[in-house]
Design a protein around this ligand. Sequence first.
Ligand code: ZN
Length: 294
Amino acid sequence: MNLIQIYKQFPTHEACINHLEKVRWDNKPKCPYCKSDRNTPLKEKQKRYHCNNCNTSFSVTVDTIFHNTKLDLQKWFLALTLILNAKKGISSRQLARDIETRPNTAWRMQMQVRKAMIEQGDLLEGIIEADETFVGGKEKNKHKNKRTPNNQGRSNKTKQPVIGAIQRDGKVVARKAKGTDGRTLKSFLNTNVKKGSTIMTDEWQAYRGLSKNFEHYVIKHNAGEYVNGDIYTNSIENFWSLLKRGITGQYHWLSSKYLGKYIDEFCFRHNHRNNEKVFDLVLLKSVNLRSNYE
Ligand SMILES: [Zn+2]
């Protein structure tokens, strides 16, 4: 759904609460503390319930990423839509301008939303492209004491390795990694790709031995070869370039500390690009996550 649709469908904080109650409880409130469904609506406070079993009171935002937020839930719904629709990601500065909050608030919201975008997917199967890349800031943009001596951008000293695999016309899995050696890459592929699948890679030596568990084809980039019939790694390379462009625009891109979260966000967006119910999916996944707003 686009921004206007969300804005029209959920014009108030109450409308957002009602929708969250529907998605989370199917409109039958259940105590998040003791799981009892015996409760009484509180008269003095709208949309709060008294649990008749454990005597606490609760609302639908308890134990979600919206728990204890001071912001109107409508801002969260709009932020969620902007994040889901931003193919190249959205910087916290831009998000702050769009929903009229402070940049730090927008950044904290993004970090919360990303928690609900972590995928626990099925194994990739069929034709898979695997690749590795390096991401990281330019040396000249760093504080002096954080610069690496003799690093003019070619060295990978300050860059963070990222490894990934994409199923053609399917899902992508990517992780920040300690290195791009054979052990790391093969363990990643053995964990995330169904045995017997076809894997396309470039000629990086670390992929040698993949044919033990997979059908392995190599595209020889060093020989100037980029497409050889069905053998190519363009899909994963396109994903990398989207991820890198997204990261470049991030205000809070200071270290590799948050890299894993950015990768989660980009994978989730790719994997649910044709899912019409992705908005409700994120709401549902936001349940049982601890909030930073306590
Ligand atoms: Zn209870």
